[in-house]
Design a protein. Sequence first.
Length: 116
Amino acid sequence: MRLMDDELEELRKKRLKEIENQISAEDIQDQEDVRAKEYEAQKQAILRQILTNEARERLGRIRMARPEVVNAIESQLIALAQSGRLRSKIDDAQLRELLSRALPKKRETTIKRRGI
């Protein structure tokens, strides 16, 4: 009987340890989520300061198709703003110029048919 009690106690301790580890992992994930949201809010605040409404709208539309390109452009713009190299707000025309440099050139595909 003593052996079963010891085994039960050992299983309880093991399960308690697993639950504690799970809770701490969830806490860490929650903290990371909060940090990510704070970072995103700061990023959006900076972008509101350096982009016109039209430029921000264009970035929002492009984000749906090419999020990696938009993230790269936003990072570049924020870096420029933080280094003090931006003198005025980026308008839609300037943003289009930046995007044309960042987006890969479209390749034309031609299909040649051979006679059988």
